[in-house]
Design a protein around this ligand. Structure first.
Ligand SMILES: C[S@@+](CC[C@H](N)C(=O)[O-])C[C@H]1O[C@@H](n2cnc3c(N)ncnc32)[C@H](O)[C@@H]1O
Length: 316
């Protein structure tokens, strides 16, 4: 088990991928709305944000009994409890703890979007927590539907309250669900357009969903993760995965080998492979978690029959 390290020091702005384009605009957006200048000042809010929703206590006795019938139930319920408890103290501050990953993700998105044959109808972030990234995307992309999914209703309450202030002209739509159980047919009518041809962002959530599902001996974590990515690629999505981990090529290879890919045109590309400051082990005693330095990557999965620009479509 690696030892927790001390937080990074110095100005947040002194970080190379933030020098221009969407990453720099993102940092400015965060600073305008929740001003933090230095890494060491990225700390939880002293007072929780008051939400309209009330977090109900989890009936753990019942959940433990039902775990024999639904293997992912305890994991999913723990995640709801975790999010409900920590989100009011995290607010927009949380986004700073994932800033470097989000910066690489935004850079990748900025380079990728102009190369696509067709515009996405929506940007959907799975596990958006209290937001930051989702609000910024809504502000930057007013012509695209933006949807934030999370399993924690209180995290979404905080995100929705922030949206009223941060992006009043183009609010993201927020949906609370276990993403492992979502299929296009059950998307509510008002969010269907976003799912016609979506860009799906999975940042620091795919492993969590994989773990929740892998309590069944029939399912391995990589199998569950690959199943989720390939399901959505087969349904026309362009899926961007930004996860931490020291061997992105091995993870991508596992997803390729274990996915259920339809047709011959599904492709994957690692767009960026980098190191970042981030936190882990967020809990009530350490609400934004402990800092550590991690490897991370951004990979994109898509079906090229849909997304690839053919020669006759290229700009002259
Ligand atoms: C570690 S946070 C990641 C937040 C953000 N995406 C980021 O860039 O770091 C994981 C988030 O995913 C949510 N989550 C976990 N399991 C989920 C599931 N099965 N379906 C939907 N959201 C889930 C959690 O509630 C939490 O808000």
């Amino acid at each position: 088990m690696p030892k927790p390290t001390s937080p990074p020091h110095g100005r947040i702005a002194d970080f190379a991928p933030l020098k221009g384009g969407l990453p720099a605009a993102y940092l400015q957006f965060l600073k305008d709305n929740e001003h933090v200048e230095k890494w060491e000042n990225v700390i939880p809010l002293e007072e929780p944000i008051e939400t309209k929703g009330v977090a109900c206590p989890m009936p753990w006795d019942t959940i433990s009994k039902l775990a024999h019938y639904a293997a992912n139930l305890p994991g999913a319920c723990k995640e709801v409890e975790w999010g409900n408890e920590l989100a009011p103290f995290a607010g927009l501050r949380y986004a700073y703890t994932r800033l470097q990953q989000h910066a690489h993700l935004l850079s990748a998105l900025e380079n990728l979007l102009p190369t696509l044959a067709i515009a996405p109808t929506g940007i959907v972030e799975i596990g958006c927590f209290t937001g930051g990234l989702i609000h910024f995307l809504a502000r930057e992309m007013p012509s695209i539907e933006v949807v934030g999914f999370d399993i924690s209703p209180i995290a979404l309450d905080v995100a929705a309250m922030l949206a009223e202030r941060l992006t009043p002209d183009h609010r993201p739509r927020f949906l609370s669900a276990d993403f492992a159980l979502v299929r296009p047919e059950i998307i509510p009518e008002e969010a269907k357009k976003a799912f016609e041809r979506p860009v799906i962002l999975l940042t620091n959530v795919l492993h969590a969903i994989g773990q929740q599902l892998s309590f069944s001996p029939a399912v391995s974590q990589a199998h569950a993760e690959a199943g989720l990515i390939s399901y959505w690629v087969n349904h026309g999505a362009l899926v961007i995965v930004c996860e931490r981990g020291d061997d992105p090529e091995r993870s991508v290879q596992e997803w390729v080998d274990q996915g259920r890919w339809e047709g011959d045109s599904c492709r994957v590309e690692i767009l960026s492979d980098f190191q970042c400051w981030t936190t882990r082990n967020m809990n009530p005693d350490s609400r934004l978690g402990e800092w550590f330095h991690s490897d991370a990557s951004v990979a994109v999965f898509r079906n090229n029959d849909i997304w690839e620009r053919r020669n006759d479509q290229e700009e002259t």
